[in-house]
Write a protein that binds this ligand. Structure first.
Ligand code: AMP
Ligand code: MG
Length: 321
């Protein structure tokens, strides 16, 4: 395995039908030629991802997206023009260029222009778009550094393009359209407030427990650590699990009675964007300790806070649900 910043090496591997881990501002992706079903198949194998969970297709220009879709409604285009490159994924009607494997047989395709200089340079070298889900084993915590990818998939992939720490830290916001109404399928790096401001329409948005069965791939249990994660009032949890070794993942506060090395604070200043950036790597660190239980608290449910709370909720759900 090699980790580095050589986009020409990455491009050459991708042209030969290999998978490469790529940095984005949200999380690291595991990329392959979106037009080549054999290459895309490798993504599913490496991640052990079920085929019913479709992939996001990444390009570097809106003109390229036009070749991937048959319909680009005006509201969608407005969001694209305002927010790309950025943490927004649009679900649109797919053209014949996209293999069924990428979309899990769906008539729609999820597309995005990521905001990371290295990955944008790489995309410009290629004459095909990249299908890429997050570069983690299916259902586990998403990676926000090259090292996270190396730790989990290092032996299974030929190259990791190292672009430093992901700036946003949670996945993209996925938006589809029901008529002229935006519908948030997954909360992420673009807030619902921003989408409403740009479209003038309040988006339909669901809590994971309401929507998870209806959206492909949005499983109730996801981003799951190995240690059980209990989400709720941390003080209550401390009483309930007294006597056990407890790790804490809190938004901004610390708690008496738990050693400071077992307390992980997402943002000491109470800054939601900083919390989003730290969420997955702190969860990963906590999971590497030998605490018995992780107690986590919700963050304020506005802006990026919705994406964080969504990830915490899914991380708290038992597997196979
Ligand atoms: P990941 O990149 O690992 O966060 O996974 C991509 C997610 O995008 C999937 O889990 C799906 O929930 C979502 N997705 C991809 N394609 C579609 C689609 N055509 N329709 C709805 N959701 C999609
Ligand atoms: Mg994922």
């Amino acid at each position: 395995l090699k980790t580095g910043t050589d986009i020409h090496h990455a491009a050459s591997l991708l042209r030969h039908g290999e998978v490469v881990a790529i940095p984005t501002e949200t999380v690291y992706g595991l990329a392959a030629n979106a037009y080549d079903p054999d290459a895309v198949l490798k993504i599913f194998k490496v991640k052990e991802r079920p085929f019913f969970d479709p992939l996001i297709v990444h390009t570097w220009s809106i003109e390229q997206v036009d070749a991937l879709v048959t319909d680009f409604p005006p509201l969608a285009r407005k969001l694209a023009e305002a927010l790309w490159p950025g943490p927004l994924t649009l679900v649109l009607k797919k053209s014949g260029r996209i293999p069924d494997l990428v979309t899990s047989g769906s008539e729609t395709v999820a597309v995005r222009i990521p905001s990371h200089p290295l990955t944008l340079e790489l995309l410009k070298l290629l004459d095909f778009p990249l299908a890429a889900p997050s570069a983690n084993p299916f259902g586990y915590i998403s990676p926000t550094t090259a090292q996270h990818v190396a730790d989990q998939l290092g032996e299974k992939i030929p190259y990791i393009l190292d672009g430093g720490t992901s700036n946003v830290g949670v996945e993209s916001t996925i938006v589809s359209f029901e008529g002229n109404v935006p519908c948030i399928l997954r909360h992420g790096g673009v807030s619902g407030e921003t989408i409403e401001k740009l479209t003038g329409v309040p988006p339909i948005s669901y809590k994971p427990e309401e929507k998870s069965q209806l959206v492909p791939g949005q499983l109730l249990s996801h981003y799951a650590p190995r240690h059980p994660l209990i989400l709720g009032d941390i003080e209550e949890g401390l009483k309930l699990y007294m006597g056990r070794r407890i790790g804490i993942l809190s938004f901004s506060g610390s708690f008496a009675g738990v050693p400071s090395e077992d307390q992980y604070i997402m943002s000491a200043n109470g800054d939601i964007e900083e919390a989003a950036k730290n969420l997955f790597s702190l969860l990963r660190k906590l999971d590497g300790t030998d605490v018995e239980i992780i107690l986590a608290g919700n963050v304020p449910d506005t802006g990026l806070g919705r994406a964080i709370n969504d990830r915490l909720f899914r991380a708290s759900q038992k597997k196979n649900k």
